[in-house]
Write a protein that binds this ligand. Structure first.
Ligand SMILES: *Cc1c(COP(=O)(O)O)cnc(C)c1O
Length: 412
């Protein structure tokens, strides 16, 4: 079984066999099961090479040309390339590529635009809002006064009338659009209009769709939002990390909110890996990839609907499918367990109405492996068979192993 391209397996095996076993075990797990987690992907060997490089040794507080540490001349070049590539890829006036994660990016954006106690309008957590959109367990819910909007009961689509009404009555300082499980395109022009009407900032948390935006397979929030925050590791297929895009007018505030307000030293190995990923995302092959991700998700959604699952909004525009398995007589948690036993790895997610949990799936990782519509149809059928217990989990596991084996994420 090949290990990850940059994993110096022999060095690690000799020095620390215990950890080497774990790294190899995880690599085997990833390549012999189906990664249906909507937020995951397989980074390229080039991205892994940058991540596993000596750039991790470098301290670099500050920004290129203005660091608090010596010896930053070379890593400065890496960060400038990452910033320039991000700006070009998304047509943004300014990019900050230092945020350690998607959540760190959101924290920094709130720090740049808001004061503690300010009112913020965002998708409510039961409808697909992220932790950083006002969860009481998160800094956001404790430090800001979050108001949640939801989705229409019938269609599952964002309740635009409610957004407008809440904006008018609660006068938020900022409106957040973006979700962890909403499968449809977001109408950024609508959110811009409402934000303008009530004098609010518009923050697009595009952590999920930003990779589709890069590949031209989803509308861009950049022309509409005051600030866009995103992750680099979901559909975008880069290293685990965050990114912030904004106009020149907010550039300084955003940069200062990342460093020194919420972070210390930049992670230069990750920033170099982000630069590599932005380079990959600018190539025509990535445009084809992004469109295939969506085509695959559509087939998966159709397949699951045909099998009787209640697919949220009736389908998808993106990489993401949310579905309630209840019509098959199984709840979300039980479903996740049965699927895991068969080697199909996915998340549960909140369902808009009631306490039951649904299933959230995505096609970013499977598509990177080279799977297409044919495989999606097969996965949908096997998925439903596992949920109905029409196939025993050992047989299903064998089928999954065979399918995954034909599409190795790291072939060489
Ligand atoms: C994934 C996600 C985040 C957070 O990203 P992390 O890197 O896990 O911190 C924030 N917002 C949304 C909408 C997300 O989907």
């Amino acid at each position: 079984m090949p290990v990850t391209p940059t994993l110096e397996a022999d060095v690690l095996r000799r020095q620390d066999p215990e950890l080497a076993e774990i790294l190899i075990g995880e690599t085997v797990r990833q390549s012999t099961t189906l990664q249906l987690i909507a937020a995951e992907n397989f980074t390229s060997p080039a991205v892994l090479a940058a991540l596993g490089s000596p750039l991790t040794n470098k301290y670099a507080e500050g920004y290129p040309g203005a660091r608090h540490h010596g010896g930053c001349e070379i890593v400065d070049m890496a960060e400038r390339i990452a910033v320039d590539r991000a700006k070009a890829l998304f047509g943004a006036e300014h990019a900050n590529v230092q945020a350690h994660s998607g959540s760190s990016a959101v924290l920094a954006v709130y720090a740049a635009l808001l004061r503690p106690g300010d009112t913020v309008l965002a998708m409510g957590l039961p409808f697909g809002g992220h932790l950083t959109h006002g969860s009481p367990a998160n800094f956001s819910g404790r430090w800001f006064d979050f108001v949640g909007y939801g989705v229409e009961a019938e269609s599952g689509l964002i309740d635009h009338e409610q957004v407008r009404t809440l904006a008018r009555t609660r006068r938020p300082k900022a409106i957040v659009c973006g979700s962890i499980s909403y499968p449809r395109h977001i109408d950024y022009a609508f959110f811009r209009e409402v934000a303008d009407e009530v004098g609010a900032y518009l923050i697009a948390d595009a952590a999920h769709p930003i990779g589709l935006v890069a590949g031209g397979a989803a509308p861009s929030p950049v022309p509409y939002a005051d600030v866009v925050c995103a992750t680099t590791h979901k559909v975008l297929r880069g290293p685990r990390g965050g990114m912030i895009l904004c106009g020149s007018d907010l550039a300084e505030r955003v940069d200062r909110a990342v460093f020194p307000f919420t972070q210390g030293g930049a992670q230069m190995h990750t920033i170099a890996a982000k630069a590599v990923a932005f380079g990959e995302a600018a190539a025509p092959a990535f445009t084809a990839y992004a469109h295939q991700v969506v085509a695959n998700a559509r087939v998966l959604a159709e397949g699951l609907a045909e099998q009787g699952l209640a697919v949220t909004t009736g389908g998808t525009d993106t990489h993401l499918v949310a579905a309630d398995p209840a019509p098959l007589g199984v709840d979300g948690r039980t479903a996740r367990g049965r699927l895991a036993a068969a080697g199909m790895v996915l998340d549960t997610c909140a369902l808009p109405h009631g306490d039951a949990r649904g299933l959230r799936l995505g096609t970013a990782a499977l598509t990177t492996q080279g799977m297409g519509e044919l495989e999606m149809a097969r996965i949908a059928a096997l998925f439903a068979a596992v949920l109905r217990e029409d196939v025993d989990s050992k047989r299903a596991r064998e089928e999954v192993r065979e399918l995954a084996g034909r599409f190795p994420p790291y072939p060489e």
